[in-house]
Design a protein around this ligand. Structure first.
Ligand SMILES: [Zn+2]
Ligand SMILES: [Zn+2]
Length: 315
């Protein structure tokens, strides 16, 4: 009896599959040169393709979101689009005004975003649409728009199907890392996150206990990030820099540091992400190579994110 139940549960989990699709893989800004188009030039945007579900789920709206929006608008109307927002730096938001489904009154868009002490996501979102920034007036945004404020260390459900958890990353403002689970499939997205050593605390209000030393705060943060990643099949991690050109106060990480977290968390696959705009294809290849042998020894598959590529996330 027990065995039958297990088989049924497994089959149910199997039907809830999720794939990860990269719409844009660059950090800082979109970029275009022939020698970097193997990996792609659009800035950060990802889609979670949920088999059998009647809604869309994205993370961030960098320039990569625009081409996907054009595809969807040609064939799909009256849909719900859920957006997980990591933060509001330009590379993560500039595709929103060019996302065609936002101009269709039959659609609904729901944004999940944190709030900084300086501004709300809603203010910034409508700021993108100001006449001095864009020739399309706000009145043309015909889709229904909902804005949900979320906080670090929270867990919530989307459409009762997808479990989403958050953690604040070491990056300017309040930047969220996400863990997304659907059926048996799981993935963590750490788009922008700097090494926290030597007092390099970049996020707003990351530590409320000021009695802690630098090293205690570092240990606390790193242990928390390892726990956040633990059990995820795939981790997409910020590797904007290498160990040679790392500028910690710019808010980004390296392949070696990403691999270290994934190793401690027992992750199966690491996808290098947030490629610097000046990195050509061979420079991105070199980043994979720089940790390839170590990753093989650890039993971790390592690849670099490439625009329009899809990944299965099965356990
Ligand atoms: Zn970024
Ligand atoms: Zn950023």
């Amino acid at each position: 009896m027990k065995k039958t139940r297990l088989v049924i549960l497994k089959r149910l989990g199997d039907t809830l599959s999720m794939k990860l699709k990269f719409l844009g893989v660059r950090g800082s800004r979109p970029t275009h040169k022939r020698n970097l188009l193997g990996y792609g030039g659009n800035s950060t945007s990802l889609e979670f393709c949920l088999e059998g579900e009647n809604f869309y789920l994205f993370l961030d709206g960098g320039s990569g979101l625009a081409w996907r929006g054009d595809q969807i608008a040609k064939k799909d109307h009256g849909k719900k689009f859920h957006f997980l927002v990591t933060h509001t730096h330009w590379d993560h938001i500039l595709g929103y005004p060019f996302f065609a489904p936002i101009y269709d009154e039959r659609n609904t868009l729901i944004f999940y975003a944190s709030k900084t002490t300086r501004s709300s996501f809603t203010d910034l979102f409508f700021g993108l649409q100001r006449m001095s920034n864009l020739p399309v007036p706000i009145s043309h945004l015909k889709a229904k728009l909902n804005f949900e404020t979320i906080v670090p260390d929270s867990t919530f459900l989307i459409e009762d199907k997808v479990t989403v958890s958050t953690m604040q990353l070491n990056h300017q403002g309040v930047t969220l890392g996400y863990r997304i689970e659907h059926g048996n499939d799981s993935v963590c997205i750490i788009t922008d996150n700097a090494p926290i050593e030597n007092g390099n605390f970049l996020g707003e209000n990351m530590f409320t206990d000021e009695s802690l030393s630098f090293i205690e705060k570092q240990e606390l943060f790193e242990a928390k990030l390892v726990k956040f990643l633990t059990g995820a099949h795939t981790v997409v991690f910020d590797t904007h820099f290498t160990e040679d050109n790392l500028k910690p106060d710019w808010g980004h990480s390296t392949p070696h540091r990403a691999l270290d977290f994934c190793s401690k968390a027992g992750v199966k696959r690491l996808i290098l992400f947030h490629h610097a705009p000046e990195e050509n294809d061979s420079a991105v290849d070199d980043k994979v190579q720089s940790i390839f042998t170590k990753a093989c020894h650890l039993g971790i598959e390592v690849v670099a994110a490439s625009e329009n590529e899809e990944w299965e996330l099965c356990a």
